[in-house]
Write a protein that binds this ligand. Sequence first.
Ligand SMILES: CC(C)(COP(=O)(O)OP(=O)(O)OC[C@H]1O[C@@H](n2cnc3c(N)ncnc32)[C@H](O)[C@@H]1OP(=O)(O)O)[C@@H](O)C(=O)NCCC(=O)NCCS
Length: 432
Amino acid sequence: MGPIYSTEHRPAHAPGTVRLEGMPEVQTIPVTTELTPELRTYAESMRDGFFESPPTEKGLEVWHSYLLADGTRLRRIMSEEERPFGLKDHPVATFASWDGTINTGTELAPTNFITDVTVQASHRRRGLMNRLMTTDLTEARERGDVFAVLTATDARIYGRFGFGVTATARRIEINTGSRFQLRTEPTGRAVFAEAASITGLRRELFEKFHASQFLSVGRAAHYWGSKFDWSTQKPRDERAAVHFAEDGTPDATMVFEVMEDHIQIIDLLGLTSRAEIELLRLIGQAEGHEKVVWPRCHDPRHPLPWAMVDSRVVQTIKEFDTIWIRILDVERALSSRAYDVDGEAVLAVTDTLDWCTGTYRVQVSGGRATVTRTDADPDAVLSMEGLSPLYSGIQDAAGLAAAGHAEGSQEGLAKVSRLFGKAQPPVAASIF
Ligand SMILES: CC(C)(COP(=O)(O)OP(=O)(O)OC[C@H]1O[C@@H](n2cnc3c(N)ncnc32)[C@H](O)[C@@H]1OP(=O)(O)O)[C@@H](O)C(=O)NCCC(=O)NCCS
């Protein structure tokens, strides 16, 4: 094998190829109760990889508490050449993962959550990320995880590893000036709250949401942590509100921050959209600000605009992908999925990592699927990247074929689209 850190940048390859050979050692750092120097240098390199300011002492303390709470696996690659000028002990690549779950409709399936994927700009395009990803995914598969999941800052990177988009979110801006008026009378009761005092309730409501929502993705410890903004490394002045249903049970919570010229929602989650709308009604009445920004409205089909007398006070600024899933165990993922209709289809799957390549017959009866390997001709052929949006129901087989993620006859694609169609597309209220 040649040198790992050759000065040559590797040529671009066709999308879908994954290189494994000639790679440096991946180290997994122990996450101890003490904030060790190697944890510090990991955090500094990770921030550096994103070209963000170094973590502050408070930032490191908060981050460390999350690592312990999540049971995070921290991977790193060190430089083989000595790094001068104070970076001797700093990794050139970072990668973190931890165990969580995804709701398939019939189970909370074990899932490998991935974050902190960085390679120092000086060491990019030499296969380091590739090495970290394949190491981590291999372990996840060996553990029996059904999925791996991540949120991507760059949409071009993860398709080659079999990740595909399964959920999107919207940035919404609400004009809360004189035109802000809801069509309906208030239901239940909405109250302001001290943010730290509702953390337990927020967790409880999220667990209910997660247990009932198809393709909900678990949340990491940072959702329940201290009032600290990791991206700016500054404390955050969080405020909160709770909505109670008519029967007096809490059914939505909101954490928000009052900015200079608007109110920013940090987390708004209800067991129903109606409960979320009631909290927006409360905040919409706050005088002094004429704009509420909901940067990540998790439901792209949220009925909020329909609830307004003037629907145009709610503006969608952009829609963006939030959740990328890589299926690691196709048989279990397909058989534990909740289907809206009964029927049968044969899917051929091609996997760049070769783990899942094969042809699968999916027979659904009473909403439950039996999945078997078969030699039959497939109705559709999909890449792993294409299988995820089909699985989630956000895109159908015909649409995926038009986009170059699937192949099949018109009838075959229609059959697959029917079987995987979802009246309610997935909603995932987690970012990490
Ligand atoms: C994204 C990043 C981690 C890639 O690391 P890397 O070590 O350069 O990636 P690799 O050399 O292992 O590349 C793996 C494959 O992905 C491709 N790839 C890597 N970065 C890419 C990019 N930005 N756009 C398109 N393809 C990319 C490579 O061409 C390679 O494909 P190949 O095997 O067919 O040649 C690195 O560029 C980085 O740290 N970026 C800034 C932080 C960031 O955006 N992280 C992602 C967070 S979600």
